[in-house]
Design a protein around this ligand. Structure first.
Ligand SMILES: [Zn+2]
Ligand SMILES: [Zn+2]
Ligand SMILES: [Zn+2]
Length: 346
């Protein structure tokens, strides 16, 4: 029964001449694996139509209006997927692995420099002139929910996000692990900080606050039995106890199943030494909803160049009917000539 159903389906596909690929492309020697069947190599550039040599899946060879329709990353084994986002269009995806997969599936319809390999892993061409690839580590990518950083940024007049990435930065000015630059006298958001051990909070405070005159606001676990709490938190300007636990996001993981195990505090260190003991307060913030823009991977497609872009978490929806690259808040990518950002799993 299943066999005859498959036969019927095949019979409906348009009758185009098919060639079979069982090795490297003879003309350009480009080798690219079919994700359904790694043993077989294919080239989409030198043919208009082909099937995988062993599994007979029809490969990424149809072209329509400059868009390459691909079996890469499709839901079913080898099924062709149509592009789901027209130029100028918007698509809000979850900030999870599934969301990034969907984004890369879209990007892969426009460039051959990224493709889904076996095991669900995205591969890219290091020589690509179209992509700007950043390799990130999941343990560094736990994202503070929007209701917390939004409150902190406004309440404490923050202007720089330390320990961030271009994927999770909550302010236009941010530093990464590799480029920890910050403006002089910055008011710094620090999260994700250091986990429950907070081993380097002392060195960080010394560097930013006591040597360079910056302010630091950090989201930390309320571990009043730990040494660092008494050494550093008790020297803070103010400590704000969140009345609810926090559910972090992580775009590099399938899902973060539950709230972080410890209760959390926002701790504020000002560059001037505190007068007297720290101020302790309760802080009740309504949780950000699933449709909060800061909780979504907001994919926008430029209506001029058709590139796929992701709005930074802190950026408000750009005004205007149709999105163009120039609307992006990050100046490095705010032009059609700039590369498409891709964040891959390290
Ligand atoms: Zn070829
Ligand atoms: Zn195959
Ligand atoms: Zn553009």
């Amino acid at each position: 029964m299943a066999t005859s159903a498959r036969k019927q389906k095949r019979a409906r596909t348009p009758s185009v001449p098919l060639s079979v690929y069982t090795g490297r492309c003879a003309r350009c020697a480009l080798a690219r694996s079919c994700e359904a069947c790694v043993a077989t190599l294919r080239c989409a550039a030198c043919t208009e139509s082909a099937r995988c040599g062993s599994c007979r899946v029809k490969l990424s060879v149809l072209r329509a209006g400059g868009v390459q329709l691909s079996c890469r990353g499709a839901g079913g084994r080898g099924s062709l997927q149509l592009p789901m986002l027209e130029a100028g269009g918007c698509l809000d995806l979850p900030r999870s692995r599934a969301g990034l997969n969907e984004l890369y599936r879209l990007i892969a319809t426009t460039t051959r420099d990224i493709w889904l390999a076996s095991g669900g892993r995205w591969m890219y061409s290091p020589a690509s002139e179209q992509l700007h690839v950043e390799v990130l580590f999941a343990k560094d990518q736990y994202e503070t929910p929007a209701h917390i950083w939004r409150y902190a940024v406004e309440q404490f007049k923050l202007d720089h996000d330390a320990n961030a990435s271009s994927l999770n930065a909550v302010l236009p000015s941010y530093g990464t692990r590799d480029t920890p630059r910050h403006p002089e006298g910055a008011r710094i958001w620090l999260n994700p900080a250091y986990g429950d051990r907070c081993t380097s909070i002392g060195a960080t405070l010394e560097k930013y606050v006591w040597k360079q005159g910056c302010a630091v606001v950090a989201l930390l676990p309320a571990l009043t039995h730990s040494t660092w709490w008494h050494t550093f938190v008790m020297r803070a300007e103010s400590v704000h106890f969140l009345t609810e636990k926090v559910h972090f996001l992580n775009p590099l993981l399938d899902a973060v199943p539950s709230d972080y195990m410890f209760p959390l505090v926002l701790v504020v260190w000002e560059p001037a030494p505190p007068i007297g003991i720290a101020v302790f307060k309760s802080l009740a913030l309504p949780r950000a909803g699933v449709s909060d823009p800061g909780q979504l991977l907001r994919v926008r497609r430029c209506c001029v160049c058709s590139k796929f872009r992701v709005l930074p978490r802190h950026q408000a929806e750009p005004p205007g009917e149709r999105f163009t690259c120039g609307d992006l808040a990050d100046p490095r990518f705010a032009s059609c000539a700039s590369r498409v950002q891709v964040w891959l799993w390290g």
